[in-house]
Design a protein around this ligand. Sequence first.
Ligand SMILES: *[C@@H]1O[C@H](CO)[C@@H](O)[C@H](O)[C@H]1NC(C)=O
Ligand SMILES: *[C@@H]1O[C@H](CO)[C@@H](O)[C@H](O)[C@H]1NC(C)=O
Ligand SMILES: *[C@@H]1O[C@H](CO)[C@@H](O)[C@H](O)[C@H]1NC(C)=O
Ligand SMILES: *[C@@H]1O[C@H](CO)[C@@H](O)[C@H](O)[C@H]1NC(C)=O
Length: 368
Amino acid sequence: MKSTYRFVIVVVLVAGLVIILNFTPQLSKRIHNVREETDLSFSPVVEESSKINAQEVAICVVVCGDRLDESLTMLKSALVFSKRPLKFIIITEENLIIAFEEKLSDWKVKVNKTFTYTVRPIKFPVKTDVFMWKKLFKPCAAQRLFLPALLNDTDAILYVDTDTLFLAPPELVWDEFKNMNSTQLAALSPEHEDPNTGWYNRFAKHPYYGKLGVNSGVMLMNLTRMRIFRWDDYVIPIHKEYKLKITWGDQDIINIIFHFHPERLYIYPCRYNYRPDHCMYMSVCTDAEKEGALVIHGSRGTFHSQKQPPFRAVYRAMQQYQLDTDKYENLLLPMQNYLMLEDNSNCGKVWKVFIIQPELHLSNNFIT
Ligand SMILES: *[C@@H]1O[C@H](CO)[C@@H](O)[C@H](O)[C@H]1NC(C)=O
Ligand SMILES: *[C@@H]1O[C@H](CO)[C@@H](O)[C@H](O)[C@H]1NC(C)=O
Ligand SMILES: *[C@@H]1O[C@H](CO)[C@@H](O)[C@H](O)[C@H]1NC(C)=O
Ligand SMILES: *[C@@H]1O[C@H](CO)[C@@H](O)[C@H](O)[C@H]1NC(C)=O
């Protein structure tokens, strides 16, 4: 008798629990909805702050060896031009972490801008040959192929090589995300504009994207979509199959993946990733001549040599600039002066490419 009684109580309790569990989510959803409605109508502050968050530009760079100074100069250029909050994600060797932390915390005090940063060590998937990946291309660039897994809490990044510089607000590049459709998980610019001087169409022994391939130095990556696509699962098999045929390491792997999935890639013009190749034979990036380069990429070592002086001129001005000083006097004027120095190189003939955007964005400072 007593046990039946107990049984009935248990049944009632369980039934009660089931009912509560079923209704609670709906209840909380209803409360949540109400709260959302209230937020929208009465609390514009909340809306504002989430909008700002959505606009944050996350710039990611992987740094090894002697690239510390070069990558800091790139990060400085992003701070110079940006009008939106920035987030720097720096992935580097253990022995460089402290140097980055020191410089960036110093900048945080000096710069009257909101930016955040994280500095973290290089990490490869456990099961793979770490040594082989580090050797694959210039030191540790292959890290970039594993960012979707490594940055598993990040939605999207603008990945740049260390030898790049912003000549305009980074958000102009970032906002290309808005032009991508829901299939496209990355954006890149073509490796070449002209088939006569193209590398992939003349020399590559492996498949590549489109007619002339893509350059991977300035890459918008929607990491969420790359994870859904299972990007990481493509990298190792493709490397296994083509490793004897690839020349440019990670960039070739990216080209091979997008050769087989062209609908996944969005292409932006050459002024988003302006390189010596665009001017060293003849000028082939006409949009940069008209509107100026947004990002320059000193590949072929041009930031540090006299081969194509405009690249070094702009780099030098940015490297010397102190962040808390006047941008017109101490950055734009030196940049113009260095570009005016005698220069008979082919890239020197189109020096305007390098100064149109800085003049546009730094002269404002002067007027006010
Ligand atoms: C720093 O920013 C604040 C608010 O954004 C502004 O009032 C102030 O004038 C700025 N200071 C400098 C030195 O630019
Ligand atoms: C993200 O990565 C970290 C370490 O790399 C790991 O501890 C964590 O479980 C991962 N999170 C997810 C959701 O995979
Ligand atoms: C990346 O893709 C996800 C899933 O499609 C989307 O929700 C998110 O807004 C995208 N991020 C950016 C910056 O476009
Ligand atoms: C996105 O654009 C690509 C290239 O134009 C196209 O192949 C793909 O079907 C598009 N996806 C959607 C969802 O429209």
